[in-house]
Design a protein around this ligand. Sequence first.
Ligand code: NDP
Length: 499
Amino acid sequence: MNEKTSKLALPSEPRTFGFFVDGEHIEAGNRVVLERASPAHDVCVTRIPCCTREDLDKAVEAARTAFDNRRWSGLSGGERASVLLKAAAGIRERIDEIAYFETLENGKPISQARGEVEGGIGMFEYAAGVARALHGDSFNNLGDRMFGLVTREPIGVVGLITPWNFPFYILCERVPFILAAGCTIVAKPSEETSASGLILAEILKEAGLPAGVYNVVPGTGNEIGQAITEHAGIDMVSFTGSTAVGRSVVHAAAGNFKKLGLELGGKNPQIVFADADLKDAADGVAFGVAFNGGQCCVSGSVLVVERSVADEFEALLADKLSKIVVGDPLDPATQVGAITTEAQNTKILNYIDAGKKEGAKLVCGGSALDFGAGRFVAPTLFSEVTKKMSIAREEIFGPVLGVLPFDGMEEAVRIANDTEYGLAASIWTKNIDKATQVSRRVQAGRVWVNCTITGGPELPIGGFKQSGWGRETSIYGIEEYTQIKSVHIELGKRNHWIG
Ligand code: NDP
C-alpha cells in the first residue's frame, strides 16, 4: 500500500492560512477567520482569513504598481515563460499537498484531485509556450511611405473570481494565461475553497514571480467579490460562477467599463443516437452527469436519446449509475465524493423532490446517502421527463439526469438548443455525418463527440448565449487578456498640409 492506493487520514488539526499581497504572506491578525469544514467529514480542515475592503485596495494598488512599472509586463515572453515553467515544476513537487487540500475543502475524490492538479501543471507548461508565441501583425501593403503594426498589449490588472467546484484547476485555466499575457492579478477564490489558490501564491513566489503580480484576497463573494467587480483600479474581471451572479458582475463592471470574461452556468445536452455504441455512451453519460458530484459547469445534465433505443439505453445507464462508488473522498477507490456546500446539497435535493412532484419517473437514486457524516447524493436518473419540468430546464449542479426522447436529428437539435445556456454538448453516434451536422448546429462553446468532459490547454473553453463571454485557455484564451493597438509609422519627409 502506498499513498496513491491507501486511504488518507484527516489532518490532526486545521491548517491556518494567511493571505497574499505584494509578494508577502500576511497573517489573519484580527480579521474574521472562515473555518472550513470538510464536506465529507464535518471536521474543520482549514482556517482562512476573510480580507477587508482595505486589504483589497492594497492588493489592487500592489497589482497596479507591479503592472505600471513593467517589472512583469516589460519582460520578454521567454523570461515570463521561464517563471511559468518553474511554477509548473513547483506545482509538481506539491501535487499531493494541493490535492489533499482540494479534497478536504471541496469533497472531491483524492484521485480526481490529483488528476486535476496534474492537468493544472499542463496549463502552466502550455501557457509558457504561448507567452513566447504571442504576437501581433503588420501591414506592409500601405505604400512606400507608411508601415502599419498591430500589437497586443497586456490589458492590465485582472480581478479573478473563481468558484468552489474545481478550485485549483479553474485557477490554472486562467492564472498562467493572464501572466503569460503580462498582466497582474488580484484573485478571490471561493470562500469555501481558498487553500489551493494560497498555496499557488507560495509556488509562484518561489518560481521568481515579482512581488505584486499575483495577489490573493480570500473573502466573501458579497463583499470582496462584489468590490472587485466595482473596483476602478481593475481593468478586467474574469468571473466563473453562476449566471445570476454573472449578471450582477456585468452591472457592477459598468462603473469603469472594465472588460469581462464570464464563464457561467450550463444545461448541457448529452445527445445519444440509436447507432451509437450504447454501452460506451451509457458509461460516458454516467460519467458526464456524476463526475465531481455533477458540480461541473459542463456537466451533461440533460439526456436527449433517440426514442427507438430509449428504454434499452435507460436500463444500461441506470446500471452504470447505480454502480458508481460514492463515499469518502480520501479513499482512492471513491469515484464520487461529497457535495461541496450545504446550500448546494439542499438545492440538489430540492430538484430531486421537484422532479418527483412534477411527475417524472424515478429510475434510480433519488435521495441523500448517509455515511454518518458529511453530505452525499446518490446518482439519480429520471425518465418520463418533459421540457416544462424544472429538472429539464434549470442548472441543478448535482448528479441528477432527466431523459428526453427524440425522433430524428431535427428534433434532437431543437431539444438540445431549447435552453438559455450554451456551454457544452456531447454527441454519441458512430455516423460521421450526424456527428458533424449536429456539432455544427448545436449552440454550445464546447462539443464532444463520443466523449464528454475532456480537454486540455490546447482547445478554448467558454459559452454561447447566457453561458458567458469570451474564451479561456489556448491561444484564444491568452488573447482575451490583451488589447490591440494599431500603429501607423510614416516613413520619410512629411507632405505638408499648411503651405
Ligand atoms: P456563485 O456564482 O455565487 O459564486 C462564484 C464565485 O463568485 C465565488 O467566488 C463567489 O464567492 C463569488 N461571488 C458571489 N457573489 C458575488 C458577487 N455579488 N460579486 C462578485 N463575486 C461574487 O456560485 P455559488 O457558489 O453560490 O453556486 C451557486 C450556483 O452557481 C450553483 O448551484 C451552480 O448552479 C452555479 N455555479 C456554476 C459554476 C460554473 O463553473 N459555471 C461554478 C459554481 C457555481 P463566494 O463563494 O466566496 O461567495
